[in-house]
Structure formats: structure tokens, C-alpha cells
Write a protein that binds this ligand. Structure first.
Ligand code: SF4
Ligand code: SF4
Length: 467
């Protein structure tokens, strides 16, 4: 058996009694709405001779967490704070939450809501306490038109509710009404009796966006993640560059640089957590959560770095361990990209995410170690090889930016920086006499700015789920 919400959208007046009752029962703070009433409108007035014809329409859609058949929120959570009950209810234990915000990205309906004061995620629990007492959820009780209801569906093929309606978990997301995601694969347990306007092909608009998405932010919240992903990728790329390209560079100095990047990245990631005291739980969901796996791989790579550094200080050659650490680093970059391959975020759910991350790692890795390398004599072959690799990587980065720009405005600036970086590289690598730490540093800084900008656009390109 499973609980489902029923909504007769054809008769919903948009009074928001359900939204208010939910907020009241669950004592939700300002900005947190477990149930939201979406006001959709569209159409226009057109003059035809002396008459005005209109195609104007409007409807309301009351939505909360849909207690989905395949709840992505539960799958991605690194601390395993979600449980799926036998009756289908998807419950969140906020006391375990580390406040990473990952479940919000994974949910196509924006259902998990962040409580700023508590530093933790919260979510509709279908008023399971009411259900256990034989009472309906607060939102259902509050609906004055009796258009919001709930039912128990016993099994496949069983209806469990009166009247018609689209059982959304049984039909493809492309047929779900606007503003619900048309790419969701979660199977929302919601039955909607459609409003006639839902089938219109005219463009539909959300009329109360500010009300239903009060948590939409400036985007600065993602800055620690920009720092974490770039710094860790730079550390991994630097490790490879040190082992492979710049053998003759001062390796201890390169290793310290790599450690600095890694440490700063990990600190930025830690600073991003809403409830830091729960950080010890982040490996709890290694079986399913790519975020848990990413954190484990970062720790393993960090351990590998420490062993390599120690072996350098002690002048022992731990060749196998060095290579093992380097390969763990590569798996880490892959793991990082998997964190972002979410069906709920189409712009991230593409091979380009993997490509972007590997290119950033190689570019920043080589260019980060470069100024250190210029202090010593680097054989011409290694130097030329490094130059060719960097220019090829910049070309690939430019191609991805042109094919699928994340931002038209910033994309052009990014391309300008890539071009400047290419010219700088050509001077640095192919014009003898211009070698030097200062030129290397200048090229590194140009590409660093380009990469920060690109990563910033990457995070900003995640459009807020409409519903
Ligand atoms: S609506 Fe979102 S938060 Fe609720 S169960 Fe589905 S995926 Fe999870
Ligand atoms: S730990 Fe992260 S993914 Fe899990 S509930 Fe909290 S915010 Fe969501």
C-alpha cells in the first residue's frame, strides 16, 4: 500500500488554505513552504476589428513533496537521512542532515526546503503523525473546497480513489502539467484531475514565482563549491603533471602546492555545510550516494598525497603508491562529475560535465605546477609536450563553450580569456627566451580566472525547478 495525494485542479480556487495549514501545523519558519500553491496563467487579448478576443487562462496547482516511487532525494543524500516507509512515505530525519543541499538539486520538484536557522533540510512528511491517529494531513483538512485529498493505493492496478484523474507515477513526465518537471523520473505519487487549461499548448507562466520560491538566492552560496571543485581538480591535475610532465621540477615544492590546493578545497567544502557537527556522517551512504563516494575519494587522494610527500622527505621511492594516488585522483574527478549528473538538472546531466571537469583538472594542474617548474631547467621535449597539451585542452574548452554556452554574456568573456591563455602559452612554450616564472604565473592566472568564470556559470546554469 502507499499513500497518494489527490488534487482536483479543475476546481482549486488558489485560496492557499492548504499552504497556510501546513505552515501552521509544522511551525515552518519564514521562507520555508512544504506545500506551495502555484498560480499558472497565460494567453492574451487580440483585437479583431471592433472586437477584442481573449485567450487568457489561469489555474492553480497545490504541490508538496510527492513521496515519489523512486525518490531521488533519498538516493543522493550522503548521510542517508531519508527513509522510505513500507507505506511509501518518504521521510527526512533533519537531525542527521549535514545541510549540504544536495537533495534539493536532485528533487525535480524543489520539495526539500532549507531551514537557514537550523542549518538543515526539512520536508513534507505527509503528516504521518495524523495518519497514525486516523486523521488526514493538515493541508487536506484545511481545504475549504475539498479539492485536496489523499488516498491509499493498495497495489498495482488498484485505484484506491474515487473519480477520474491522472495518476502521475503511471504516465511519463512529459504529460505532467506545467509547472511540474517534464524530465522527472521519480514517479510522483500524485493524482491530478486536470484543469482544462493544462492541456493548452499556449505558453504558460508562473504568476507567483517569488512566493513559491522564496528561497531563491543570489548564487553566492555556491562559491565554496566553485572553490572546492576547482581546487581539488587542480590538485589532481598537478599531481599528474608532477609525476608525468615535470619530473625535473622541484617536486617537494610542487607537492606542497598540491597539498595547499587540496586542503583549501576541503576547507571550502566543509565551510559550505549547514550543520558541521554532522559531517562525520557523510560516508554513511557509500552504496548509493555519489556525494559520499566523492568525499571518500577525496580523503583517499589526500592520504595518497601525504604518503607521497612523506616518501619524498625521506628520499624513498614509493613508485607504486604514487601511481596509485594519481589513479585515485582520476577516479575522484570522475566521481565529482557523477555528483552533478542529475536528471533533475538537464544542463548538468551530459557528457560535457565529465569533459569540463577533466579538462579543468588537466589545465589547472599543468599550469599550477608550471611557475614552480620554470625555476629549474625543464628539458625541451617535456616543455614542448606540456605546451601542446595545454593548447589542445584550451581548444577543447573553447569548443565546449561555443557548442553549449552556459551563459551567452560570460561565455564570450570566457572565450576571450581562453584566447589570451593560448597566446600566452604559445609565447611561453614555443618562444625561447621568454621562459620565466612571471610569464608562467601570468598564463596560470588568466586561465584560473577563465576557469572560475566557467565554473561559476556552470552552477548558475542550474535553473530552479519550477515545481
Ligand atoms: S518530491 Fe522530491 S523530495 Fe519528495 S520524494 Fe519526490 S524526489 Fe524526494
Ligand atoms: S545531508 Fe544533504 S542531501 Fe541529505 S538531507 Fe541534508 S541537505 Fe539533503
Amino acid at each position: 500500500m502507499s499513500y497518494v495525494f489527490l488534487l482536483d485542479a479543475s476546481a482549486c480556487s488558489g485560496c492557499k488554505a492548504c499552504q497556510a495549514a501546513c505552515k501552521d501545523k509544522n511551525q515552518l519558519p519564514l521562507g520555508v513552504l512544504w506545500r506551495r500553491v502555484y498560480e499558472v496563467s497565460g494567453g492574451e487579448w487580440k483585437q479583431a476589428g471592433p472586437a477584442w478576443n481573449n485567450t487568457v487562462f489561469a489555474y492553480n496547482l497545490s504541490l508538496s513533496c510527492n513521496h515519489c516511487v523512486h525518490p531521488k532525494c533519498a538516493g543522493v543524500c550522503p548521510v542517508d537521512a531519508y527513509t522510505v516507509r513500507a507505506d511509501g512515505l518518504v521521510l527526512l530525519d533533519s537531525s542527521k542532515c549535514v545541510g549540504c543541499g544536495y537533495c534539493v538539486w536532485a528533487c525535480p520538484y524543489g520539495a526539500p526546503q532549507y531551514d537557514e536557522a537550523a542549518g538543515a533540510m526539512t520536508k513534507c512528511n505527509f503528516c504521518y503523525d495524523n495518519l497514525d491517529l486516523g486523521l488526514p494531513p493538515a493541508c487536506v483538512s484545511a481545504c475549504p473546497l475539498r479539492v485536496l485529498d489523499y488516498a491509499v493505493v493498495q497495489g498495482e492496478g488498484e485505484k484506491g480513489y474515487e473519480g477520474d484523474g491522472m495518476a502521475l507515477w503511471e504516465i511519463p513526465a512529459t504529460e505532467h502539467p506545467y509547472p511540474m518537471s517534464d524530465r522527472s523520473r521519480t514517479g510522483p505519487r500524485l493524482v491530478i484531475k486536470p484543469h482544462a487549461a493544462m492541456k493548452l499548448t499556449q505558453e504558460k507562466f508562473l504568476a507567483n514565482r517569488e512566493e513559491v520560491h522564496p528561497q531563491q538566492t543570489s548564487g553566492w552560496e555556491e562559491a565554496p563549491l566553485v572553490a572546492f571543485t576547482l581546487l581539488v581538480q587542480m590538485a589532481v591535475g598537478g599531481f599528474w603533471a608532477m609525476l608525468w610532465l615535470f619530473h625535473d621540477a622541484p617536486q617537494l615544492l610542487s607537492m606542497l602546492w598540491i597539498g595547499l590546493c587540496l586542503g583549501a578545497g576541503m576547507l571550502a567544502s566543509f565551510a559550505h555545510l549547514g550543520t558541521k557537527r554532522n559531517a562525520w556522517r557523510v560516508l554513511n551512504h557509500l552504496r548509493k550516494s555519489w556525494l559520499s563516494k566523492e568525499i571518500l575519494l577525496t580523503i583517499l587522494f589526500g592520504a595518497g598525497w601525504l604518503v607521497t610527500l612523506t616518501s619524498m622527505i625521506l628520499h624513498t621511492n614509493l613508485f607504486i603508491l604514487n601511481w596509485l594516488s594519481a589513479w585515485i585522483g582520476l577516479v575522484l574527478i570522475y566521481g565529482m562529475s557523477r555528483v552533478y549528473r542529475l536528471p533533475a538538472v538537464p544542463v548538468w546531466n551530459s557528457w560535457r560535465t565529465q569533459a569540463r571537469f577533466f579538462i579543468s583538472a588537466a589545465l589547472l594542474g599543468i599550469l599550477g605546477v608550471l611557475p614552480i617548474s620554470t625555476w629549474t631547467h625543464v628539458p625541451v621535449l617535456e616543455w614542448t609536450l606540456a605546451g601542446c597539451i595545454v593548447i589542445l585542452l584550451l581548444g577543447a574548452q573553447a569548443a565546449i563553450t561555443i557548442i553549449r554556452p552556459l551563459s551567452f554574456k560570460w561565455g564570450r568573456i570566457q572565450l576571450g580569456l581562453i584566447l589570451a591563455g593560448m597566446i600566452g602559452c604559445a609565447i611561453l612554450f614555443f618562444m625561447p627566451g621568454w621562459f620565466g616564472a612571471a610569464t608562467g604565473l601570468a598564463v596560470f592566472l588568466i586561465i584560473l580566472i577563465e576557469e572560475v568564470l566557467g565554473r561559476w556559470c556552470f552552477y548558475q546554469a542550474r535553473t530552479w525547478p519550477e515545481a
